[in-house]
Design a protein around this ligand. Structure first.
Ligand code: F6P
Length: 324
């Protein structure tokens, strides 16, 4: 078993609240075990250009409360190309790096699977607000993002109620509806439009609003996950079919920023420490995951083949009942 003396640490893909706590826990745990941590800036881009700094405890001591990532991040087009992955692997060899620890989402995992072919030992911590890494029940940043979306929607609702309007609010999530489901249920939305459940028709939404309008209600809230449908087209249809003035708000990057919640700081710290534990046990190419609220890990190749694009069915059914 090769002793781990030096690791590279990076964050990749969309930044997520909690990434800094993961970085902090990796550095603390590694240094305690006598492992040097080389921080790589801008994710895979920094691996290719070897933009790095040896991290000290002072670099990471007080970063738990910071949003974003102190290591910066990127969506690297170049890393999709084998030529650049080879350059990155060569950089790692030349700098005596025994393993890479990365914090990132689905795209980062796909990159990891390819990178492993260059002989790199790769440990991934799932960090993305979308909660779209199928092998884990939790990804860092989701809790903070869902809370940020919920608080923003609460404010939008105040205005919507005052004016007697329908607010259509678009939230992030890429192909997953968890932010929409949690923020929508938390704000008593009248309809939540989810990628996993979308049937392509606005009829259910407009019919429900008409029914409630007939019962005397005068303001409505529809939460829609990005990419499912055009939020403006939905608002226009609601106005045409119900006569109710409808306005769109796209929450956008506000959902990715801000101070991480206690849950994100705690889970990030646990996952960061666990990633070093995996390396100390001599295991290779793993992704850290949460199952039944416990830390586990999967082989990254196995993880990529896990298909779980369903929402929690109890949460979903409950959200429907609560829309009545
Ligand atoms: O990080 C996840 C995410 O915020 C998705 O919800 C969204 O679709 C995407 O990233 C936006 O990516 P970018 O920062 O590249 O615009």
């Amino acid at each position: 078993m090769k002793e781990i003396k030096r690791i590279a640490l990076l964050t990749s893909g969309g930044d997520a609240p909690g990434m800094n706590s993961a970085v902090r826990a990796v550095v603390f745990s590694a240094m305690k075990a006598g492992i040097e941590v080389v921080g790589v800036y801008r994710g895979y881009e920094g691996l290719i250009d070897w933009e790095t700094k040896v991290l000290t405890l002072d670099d990471v001591r007080n970063i738990n409360n910071q949003g974003g990532t102190i290591l910066f991040t990127s969506r690297s087009e170049r890393f999709l190309n084998k030529k650049y992955r080879e350059i990155a692997a060569q950089n790692l060899r030349e700098n005596n790096i025994d393993a890479v620890v990365a914090v990132g989402g689905d795209g980062t995992l796909r990159g990891a699977v390819e990178f492993r072919k260059e002989g790199v030992n790769y440990i991934l911590i799932p960090g993305t607000i979308d909660r779209d890494v199928a092998c884990t029940e939790y990804t860092l940043g989701f809790d903070t993002a869902a809370n940020t979306a919920m608080e923003a929607i609460d404010r939008i609702r105040d205005s919507s109620v005052s004016h007697g309007r329908c607010s259509v609010v678009e939230v992030m999530g890429r192909k997953r509806g968890y932010i929409a489901l949690w923020a929508g249920m938390g704000t008593s939305a009248d309809a939540i439009v989810l990628p996993e459940k979308w049937d392509g028709s606005y009829d259910n939404i407009t019919d429900a609003i008409k029914r409630r309008h007939a019962d005397g209600r005068n303001s409505y809230l529809v939460v829609v996950a990005e990419g499912v449908t055009d939020a403006q087209a939905l608002a226009d249809t609601i106005r045409e079919k119900t006569g109710i003035e409808s306005r769109v708000s796209v929450l956008g990057y506000i959902q990715r920023g801000g101070q991480p919640s206690a849950k994100d700081r705690m889970y990030a710290s646990l996952m960061g420490a666990y990633s070093i534990e995996i390396l100390l046990q001599g295991r290779q190419n793993r992704i850290v995951a949460i199952k039944n609220d416990r830390l586990i890990d999967y082989d990254i190749e196995e993880a990529i083949n896990i298909n779980n694009n369903q929402l929690d069915s109890f949460q979903y059914e409950l959200s429907l009942m609560l829309q009545e």
